[in-house]
Every structure is written in C-alpha cells, then in structure tokens.
Design a protein around this ligand. Sequence first.
Ligand code: HEM
Length: 324
Amino acid sequence: PKMGGSGRVPIEPQRVDAPLTQSATFLVLTINDKDDPDAVKTVRSTVAKTDDLTKNVAFRDLQASFACTVGVGSEAWDQITNGLPRPAELHPFRKIEGKVHTAISTPGDLLFHIRADRRDLCFEFERQLMDLLGDTVTVVDETVGFRYFDVRDLLGFVDGTANPVGPAVDESIIVTQDEDAGSVGGSYVVVQKYVHDLKAWRALSTEQQEAVIGRTKLDNIELDDAPEGKQAAHKTLATIEGEDGQEYSILRDNMPFGNPGAKEFGTYFIGYSSRLWVIEKMLQRMFVGNPPGLHDRILDFSRPLTGTTFFVPAAGVLAGLDSD
Ligand code: HEM
C-alpha cells in the first residue's frame, strides 16, 4: 500500500494510476433527488460496492487491465459521503470565458471512469452498476472512448506523452497528509468532452498543426517554445510552473470518441491532479490565453460540450461509506 504523507498511515488510493487501455467509458451522473434519504442511501451503498463490482467483472479476464475510479462532485459530496470532511479545493467547475472561446460548466454528482482493454468488460461493469442505481440517477453524459492507432487523438497527434511516470505519478495526483489531512490518498479530476471541427483542422498544413500542438506529428518530437509574448503552442500553455520554477504535472487519460456517420469526432479530456488549481490554471491559460487574447489555437478546432470537477476519495474511504 502507498503511504500518505507522514508515511505512518497506509492509504490505498483508487486505481487513478491505472494504464491507458484500448477502451474506456466516461459516465457522468446526477442524483435525481438529493433530499430523498432512500435514494441517497442507494447511491451511497452502490458507490461503496464499486470494489465488489470491479472484482465481479475484472476476474472474467485478468489480462484486460480492468479498472474503475469513482469521483464525487461538490454538490453531492455531503450527501454521498454522509458528511465526511470536504476536500479543501473542491467546488463546482468554474466557467472560463475567454474572448473567443468558453469553457462551459455542466452538472455532475458522480463520475465513473471505467477502463479495460475489452469493450465488453466496460459494458458489463456499467450494466451492473446501472442496475444497482436503478432510478435514483440521471445520466448527464456517457461517452465510449477507444484507442486510436499509436495513442493518437483524432487530430492525429500522439496524446499523453508528457504524462508523469514512476514516482512522479503519485507526487502529481495523490493528496498528501501535509496538503490536506482530511482528504489524504485522494485526487481531483476534471473532465471535458470536446468535439473537433476536423474539416477545418485538415485545411491546415502539417506544419501549422504542429505549431498548434507544439510537437511534430509523425515522430512526436517536442518543438521549442515560441518567444515570450507570441502565440504559444498547446503544450506550452498547458505547462504550469511554480514560483521556484518547479513544474506541476497532471495525469491525463484522454480518449478519442466519435461516430463518423454523425460527423462526430471528439477527444474526451480527463485530467487527475492532487492540486485542482493546477488544472484550473491550465484551462485559464488555454481559454483566456497567455498573454491574454492569444488563446490556445487547439480551441479553434475543438469545442467543449461539458466541463465538470470531481474528487476521487481514497479506496478505503469509498468502501467505508456503507458502514452507517
Ligand atoms: C499535451 C492534445 C486538452 C493539458 C498535449 C499534447 C496533445 C494534446 C497532442 C502533446 C503530447 C502530450 O504531451 O500529451 C489535447 C487535445 C485536447 C487537449 C486534443 C482537447 C481538445 C487539454 C486540456 C488540458 C490539457 C483541457 C488541461 C486542462 C495538457 C498538458 C500537456 C498536454 C498538461 C503536456 C504539456 C507538456 O508538459 O508538454 N495535449 N489536449 N490538454 N495537454 Fe492537452
């Protein structure tokens, strides 16, 4: 087990660090009536059973890397956790209005990030989950993502390269004892479902696309940052440094999704961090721009349909919710 901060109390996080898989389902739900004690109880006991549900499904193919992480939204935190301490930074997703593009905020009480190398395992887990939840919840969004060639997004670029690896993973995503003792072992997670204008994107030359992203397309080599004050690439705007020059990474598990017949082509953005402000600062730099006015040009070809923030409590906190 991983140690939280002081190193004395073993805290097992959820499988936030599970690997990118061939398939993933992103399920965002709201509770229909948060004032109905029976409904809240059903939701709470279902959430507490996630571990059992995971075992049910994961055991059917242990090679398939099945994992599910559960996030709880700010407006349902008190009900779902029955009054556990609120994570210090947890609040609903704050809309960001740039001059040209807006990061909208959409509802969500629960996020299930379901991953496996087999689509049928994700499907089966979600089926069993929805059976237990019955009519206590409404589906706000259900997106099925898939692996596209060599981990490329639908813009054609390899997506996820700069993710932290090794010990930097926990450092980036797991709240420590010192940071927030009441939420140790947990992570913040932000999701945004983006749809792309692929026709407009394809009208750019490969060099123009590479300048938007900040990496070469074929072999994924990082380009130099633009000079200060000039249009910055996506990778530059999404790089956050502290006052001491330290870089703050987040863990991204983006997946492509879409239906060519409906002309739907998307990227489901999902970012985990132990510091919500880091993701918020990335969004600020993307939508408002740095300097302000020079927004992330990825947004001229990508529009968010959702924007929601959750907290992913430690595994033991989740499993213990049913004990009242
Ligand atoms: C880097 C795609 C949205 C944060 C990248 C890269 C690609 C990419 C291709 C370069 C390779 C890599 O390091 O992974 C996309 C697409 C998006 C999207 C298609 C949606 C349309 C976002 C959002 C955030 C974000 C909303 C944060 C709120 C990052 C970070 C990096 C990155 C932190 C790494 C920067 C570095 O250290 O080099 N993204 N991204 N991305 N993106 Fe995004």
